[in-house]
Design a protein around this ligand. Structure first.
Ligand code: SF4
Length: 353
């Protein structure tokens, strides 16, 4: 069986030629899969019956198996199983007027952030391009009958399990397919790559016209080297000052901003002093940054706590007083343990609804 998802249109055309199919059949299949979210060849009505039969016997339209969906009022977590038996999590988040899908790019992660449940198992492996895209295809299949605008995922954030830039080649190909106007056709402005800040990977992204045209978010989480080293040990080999200098000079597309993600952890990085330090850092460059404050989501396997609400608002107010854009992301996936840093490859955490 040939896996058809994860293929670009050109690859699908090549596959069609190799199998003595007309080239336009590949275009039709591409549209069924990536525009109409169809995974059953028998429903591909503009394709002749004998070819539909042949497709049903020779082609596969998913690589992941959908295992479970846990729903909360404003989010849903999907659990998928890869062909080699690993679990992958994807979170669909309801925003005011659209869906955002938080997609995983690796099984586990070896960046080792101290506040992150995903890091606990280390890196198991990268997801393939097909596995990255299949998360979207399954979710689209699930929501496609809903009324507009809830029948289509509008925004995708590569912010699930793993460090997206550590899976550069597969991520890049997934982005190419996502933005292809002949298929899925998601705007580059609606895609965000969230990185922990590994400098050599970020430099590669900065030189890559395709990836640098999508949004960049950096998991900063500290206003200085000491605190960042404590909660993100990668800071030792990716020094805080160097990362900051890189971000200040990053070749941003016009009108865009880099999102600085800041997980607020009680008594670690949530003090007024930290807020003032962050404000001093960002203020001279506030046109190119916005700060996204994410109150820490407690997890049974992590030793940290969420700050009190009052402290969270105080932190935000200090940034706002310096005219810095600062929003609080009350993690919508929390009820399904799908919020930032809570996704885990092995189900050791009980799912709650
Ligand atoms: S926060 Fe992201 S980069 Fe850090 S360990 Fe977790 S998954 Fe990896």
């Amino acid at each position: 069986m040939e896996l058809l998802i994860g293929k670009s249109l050109q690859e699908l055309r090549n596959w069609a030629t190799e199998n003595n199919l007309e080239r336009y059949r590949a275009d039709q299949i591409y549209q069924w899969v990536y525009k109409k979210w169809e995974d059953n060849p028998w429903n591909m009505t503009n394709i002749p019956k004998d070819l539909r039969k042949w497709l049903s016997e020779n082609a596969k339209f998913h690589t992941l198996e959908r295992v479970e969906k846990v729903e909360a009022p404003d989010s849903a977590k999907y659990l998928f199983k890869t062909e080699d038996g690993h679990l992958v999590e994807t979170v669909l988040i309801r925003e005011k007027d659209h869906w955002t899908l938080c997609v995983s790019t690796q099984i586990g992660c070896n960046v080792g952030c101290k506040f992150c449940a995903t890091a606990k198992d280390g890196l198991i492996r990268n997801l393939t391009t097909a596995e990255i895209l299949d998360q979207l295809l399954w979710v689209q299949k699930d929501i496609k009958e809903l009324p507009k605008p809830w029948n289509k995922v509008r925004n995708i954030v590569f912010m699930g399990m793993g460090e997206p830039l550590a899976n550069y080649t597969n991520l890049k190909k997934a982005v190419e397919i996502l933005i292809d106007q002949r298929g899925i056709d998601i705007s580059k402005r609606r895609l965000t790559i969230s990185s922990s800040g590994i400098l050599y990977q970020l430099r590669k992204m900065a030189q890559d016209p395709l990836l640098r045209s999508v949004n960049l978010a950096i998991s900063l989480n500290a206003p200085n080297r000491e605190i960042r080293e404590e909660i993100m040990p990668i800071t030792q080999s990716n020094p805080f000052d160097e990362l900051w200098k890189f971000l200040v000079n990053y070749p941003l597309p016009e009108g865009r901003k880099i999102t600085l993600e800041y997980v607020l952890i009680k008594d670690i990085n949530d003090s007024e002093k930290c807020a003032h330090q962050l404000a001093r850092l960002v203020k001279p460059h506030r046109k190119r940054f916005k700060v996204n404050l994410i109150p820490f989501n407690p997890s049974p396997i992590l030793p940290y706590e969420r700050p009190e609400e009052e402290r969270i608002f105080k932190f935000q107010k200090i940034l706002l007083n310096h005219s810095i854009i600062a929003t609080i992301r009350w993690s919508k996936g929390q009820k399904v343990l799908g919020a930032c840093g809570q996704l885990r490859a092995k189900r050791k955490i009980p799912l709650i609804g």
